[in-house]
Design a protein around this ligand. Structure first.
Ligand code: CU1
Length: 528
């Protein structure tokens, strides 16, 4: 197996080499599939971002002006679904595909044909979801959390399509997770013991177990919703003996670990980048592994912090409050380790490092507002306000998305063979950094003052802040076009990337050459 990577380079012409679209349709190569995941993710990021612009345009001033409330609800719902399942998760799966085999010295993912499937069912899932917006009555309008009975009794006819598309996304994620686990367990190069694996591989291994644990719960939730709406059951209908609050318990048993699915790989990325640009080894490697595992385990016992206002027994409220606060301990360990890694390092500040540093600072802000939300009595004030929106956008945009940007800049030279335009990259970073804070920071203030989330209109006293927020939103959206320009420019050419792009970078992925992949379902020639 180990000879496969070195024999297949650009000049190796052999039969069955598909070109054009069939190359991408049939490919079983982890790099091709990783590339497709990343482009898919970026496309979804732009579509979901466009929906955010519609939301911010409507909220630019009080009163209803450009869209009606039903369409506004569809925009908030589909924006959330697209960003979670279409942008953030596929980006991490794309990075996993590209990097995990190289980082552990494997020739490819363990199950390459399944890998092809996990990608290629995704465009169908999202076509169905987006097409549902054009159905009579419109697409899903019940929020990305699709609480019953809103999503069952009061939802429109496109709900069946929403459920079908969630099922397909779930299948894709489960197949991707199985592939990651099997690859890491079975295909590590000799000498690559578990405690020698790069942190990105570790965080993805733990993420994959989270995915396998909770995606079936999501599938169960939407299936119960399906039978409630179309087949006469009453799981979530009090009139038939069911319980709408049970919906929230089941949903958040999936939903909270899902939050960590979207952040653990980010921790891994940042743990690769900071040591490189500090020119020091990662401080506290094993504590990073244990902290990540602790966060993953704790994520299963905190779900009801999303439901502190549903009237649970006080003992349960206290349990979920304290369990949630406990997560800040391993998270604090990680932040400490990143800072300790930089301590007395000889640091430089290229674009990947800038995004990684912004991640550490801004993700921590999201962590602190999470801590505030966890405090049960205080949550009665914050619940369902813009404070919550501010919190999770700090965690997901300046957290997850910033880490993805950092990763893209860091590994673009590896992927394309060219250096990206550093000046343009820095411009992208500073525009994003400033606008993202103008966009999300004032949301804390309007939230604390009581502005509700998911409403197309608001009281007059929130007008000034909302105008500022919208301006920040448009600026952040436009800034991402700079990133698109950087990537296209880098693919098309530019300064050739050297063997060791980043002085100070360690890790097997820099040692292994990046030959053009062998292709498709045909047997590689030397195994014939
Ligand atoms: Cu949560």
């Amino acid at each position: 197996m180990s000879t496969m990577t070195d024999t297949h380079d650009d000049h190796d012409d052999h039969d069955h080499k598909p070109t054009g679209i069939t190359r991408w349709l049939y490919t079983t190569n982890h790099k091709d599939i990783g590339t497709m995941y990343l482009w898919f993710s970026f496309t979804m990021f732009l579509i979901g971002g466009f929906m955010a612009m519609i939301i911010r345009a409507e909220l630019y001033q009080p009163g209803l002006q450009i869209i009606d409330p039903n369409f506004f609800n569809q925009m908030t719902t589909v924006h959330g679904l697209i960003m979670v399942f279409g942008a953030v998760m596929p980006a991490f799966v794309g990075l996993a595909n590209w990097l995990i085999p190289m980082m552990i010295g494997a020739p490819d993912m363990a199950l390459p044909r399944m890998n092809n499937w996990s990608f290629w069912i995704l465009p169908f899932a999202f076509s169905i979801l987006l097409a549902s917006l054009f159905m009579e009555g419109g697409g899903p309008n019940f929020g990305w959390t699709f609480y019953a009975p809103l999503s069952t009794t009061y939802s429109n006819d496109s709900t069946a399509f929403f459920i079908f598309s969630v099922h397909i996304m779930g299948m894709s994620s489960i197949m991707g997770a199985i592939n990651v686990i099997v690859t890491i367990f079975n295909m590590r190069a000799p000498g690559m013991t578990f405690m020698k694996m790069p942190l990105f591989v570790w965080t993805w291994l733990i993420t994959a177990f989270l995915l396998i644990a909770v995606m079936p719960v999501l599938a169960g939730t939407v299936t119960m919703m399906l039978t409630d709406k179309y087949f006469g059951t009453s799981f979530f209908d009090a009139a038939g003996g069911g319980d709408p609050v049970m919906f929230q318990h089941i949903f958040w048993f999936f939903g909270h670990p899902e939050v960590y699915i979207m952040i653990l790989p980010a921790f891994g990325i940042v743990s690769e980048i900071i040591p490189t640009f500090a020119r020091k080894r990662l401080f506290g490697y094993s504590s990073m592994v244990y902290a990540t595992s602790s966060i993953a385990l704790l994520s299963f016992i905190v779900w009801a912090h999303h439901m502190l206002t549903t009237g649970m027994p006080v003992a349960a409220e206290l349990f979920f409050m304290y369990a949630t606060m406990l997560i800040s301990v391993p998270t604090g360990v990680k932040v400490f380790n990143w800072v300790a890694t930089m301590w007395k390092g000889s640091m430089t500040f290229e674009t990947p490092m800038l995004f990684a540093l912004a991640f550490v600072i801004l993700f921590t802000i999201g962590g602190f507002s999470g801590l505030m939300l966890a405090i049960t009595p205080a949550d009665f004030q914050y619940h369902d306000t813009y404070f919550v929106v501010a919190h999770f956008h700090y965690v997901l945009v300046t957290g997850a998305i910033f880490s993805i940007m950092a990763a893209a800049y860091y590994w673009l030279p590896k992927w394309t063979g060219h250096m990206y335009d550093e000046k343009l990259g820095k411009t992208h970073f500073w525009c994003s950094l400033i606008s993202v804070n103008v966009l999300f920071f004032p949301m804390h203030f309007v939230g604390l003052a009581g502005m509700p989330r998911r409403i197309p209109d608001y009281a007059l006293q929130f007008a000034d802040f909302n105008k500022i927020i919208s301006i920040g939103g448009f600026a952040f959206g436009l800034s991402q076009l700079i990133f698109l320009a950087v990537v296209i420019k880098c693919i098309r050419g530019g300064e050739k990337a050297t063997d060791r792009v980043w002085e100070g970078a360690t890790g097997l992925e820099w040692e292994i050459p990046s030959p053009a992949p062998y292709h498709t379902f045909s047997t590689p020639p030397e195994i014939k």
